[in-house]
Design a protein around this ligand. Structure first.
Ligand SMILES: [Zn+2]
Length: 483
């Protein structure tokens, strides 16, 4: 007799649904698994057989053949144990158990207990793409809370209970007390530095439009704390984006706790190009992908290797990293917001105090950062000690609310530049010999500035402010720092 069940496997970042087909028939007792199982999948034979025995279920005596579809895909890990057991139960049951499209995920212990697995966020995204709505996991499985709304989740603690549920045709709809992580109001870590009004506005523009930012300043002036404060202003992610983030985070951190807060990654300056971009033999995501939908914070950007920084060009333009993993083209999403800090010169005090650096040394210092990367950064801000002692701005919560409203307005996508604004933008860019990129970035900044004030009409003062932040045609921090 034949039976089948849906399961899932994970290959690095990808989750694949696997249909397990079981053929149980008379003949010499033999248990065969075909369909490219690796040794961890083949070892399931011993786990499944023992689980049947200890769950008090009769294990078919004759010949058992399991086929894992698609047969061309290499199967690894223990996620398929439960689906294999269910396929055998369905193939050997009398009366027959009707088939359904529930996805079964769990490892079997020898005593028949279903062992929870780590990192199931990606399964949810895959099931949603495939239009599947029913999931069966261990009673102790922790799942992101949006799963409760997305799927019918059946939770069972052992194989005997699964057999009972299958016979009663109750897999779908049997929902035990949900163990999904409860939705909680997440505390945002209040920033240590609230900053001056000017800097709060800078961060708000940055947060509302996801603009990239370079903060230049002498050591101890507070540029790192300022960069950290940005995450406080960022609105929560949508559930879908948060699930995407969780799916990537779980690859490097299996105990990642699902969160709606955007991720903030701050790689050390000794990070290699591969660790920053991902790839390698196992196709692991890099820091840029772990910062997807969030912030990539490069503290002391000029200390990073030239090659590593230069490699960020592609994701900064397209939000995607393409690389070859085991001869196969792989795409890693990397839509991050770049926030970087840098000293103005090798000694760090140029423009802010005593600086003994020669002009040539300063130029050489800034040449560590590839020009195309500097050009792609939307805003450069010089942090002064004085700006931190001046008039304090609004409470950060007020800014966070403005940012949230501005994001909604920007997502509407119906902002327009007035004729005066267009004219001013054109004239200024001509005068400053600004590039097309400068022009586009000034327009985008001005649109964000208008949205922050609750307007969809982008006027001349917005363009003026955007130009002041962007400084088109003169984006050379060494020159700015010297003046
Ligand atoms: Zn110096």
């Amino acid at each position: 007799m034949l039976g089948d069940a849906l399961g899932a496997i994970r290959h690095g970042a990808d989750v694949h649904l696997v249909r397990v087909q079981a053929d149980v028939g008379p003949g010499f007792p033999r248990f065969t698994i075909v369909g490219l199982p690796d040794s961890s999948v083949s070892e399931a034979k011993a786990r499944v057989r023992s689980a049947f025995h200890h769950a008090g279920l009769p294990f078919p005596k004759g010949r058992i053949t399991l086929n894992l579809q698609p047969a061309s895909l290499k199967k690894q890990g223990s996620w398929l144990d439960l689906a294999m057991a269910v396929a055998i139960l369905r193939a050997s049951a009398t009366p027959p158990i009707p088939r359904d499209e529930t996805v079964f995920v769990g490892e079997l212990a020898l005593d028949g207990t279903i062992v929870p697995q780590q990192g199931l966020s990606a399964i949810g995204l895959r099931m949603r793409d495939e239009g599947l709505s029913s999931l069966c996991v261990s009673a102790d499985q922790s799942l992101p809370w949006p799963f409760d709304d997305m799927f019918q989740i059946s939770r069972t603690s052992n194989l005997a209970d699964v057999a009972v549920m299958l016979r009663q045709n109750q897999v779908r709809g049997v929902v035990s007390s949900s163990r999904s992580a409860k939705r909680v109001a997440e505390d945002r870590r209040a920033p240590l530095l609230c900053g001056h009004q000017v800097e709060q506005r800078l961060l708000a523009i940055c947060a509302a439009g996801r603009h990239s930012l370079l903060l230049v300043g002498s050591p101890g002036v507070g540029k790192t704390t300022l960069a950290d404060s940005l995450s406080y202003l960022l609105p929560d992610l949508t559930e879908e984006h948060a699930l995407e983030v969780a799916a990537w985070q779980e690859i490097t951190n299996p105990t990642y706790a699902f969160s709606l807060r955007p991720p903030v990654r701050r790689p050390h300056h000794s990070v290699s190009q591969r660790s920053l971009l991902g790839g390698g033999r196992f196709g692991m995501p890099g820091e840029a992908t772990l910062a997807h939908h969030g912030v990539l914070l490069l503290d002391e950007m000029l200390e990073f290797s030239h090659a590593a920084i230069n490699a960020l060009r592609e994701p900064m333009d397209t939000g995607v990293i393409e690389c070859t993993v085991n001869g196969k083209l792989t795409r890693f999403p990397a839509s991050f917001q770049l926030i970087a800090t840098a000293n103005p010169c090798p000694c760090g005090y140029r423009g802010y105090g005593d600086c003994s650096c020669a002009e040539l040394d300063v130029r050489r210092y800034w040449m560590r950062c590839p020009g195309p990367i500097l050009d792609r950064i939307d805003m450069v801000h010089h942090v002064n000690r004085q700006t931190n002692v001046g008039q304090r701005g609004d409470p950060l919560d007020t800014w966070a609310e403005k940012v949230r409203k501005a994001r909604t307005l920007l997502q509407g996508g119906s902002s327009v530049l007035t004729n005066d604004a267009k004219h001013l933008l054109w004239r200024t860019c001509e005068r400053l010999h600004a590039s097309e990129r400068d022009r586009a970035k000034v327009a985008a900044l001005a649109t964000t500035i208008a949205a922050l004030d609750g307007r969809q009409e982008v006027s001349s003062p917005d363009i003026e402010e955007a130009i002041a932040w962007r400084r088109p045609g003169s984006l050379s921090p060494s020159r700015n720092a010297a003046t």
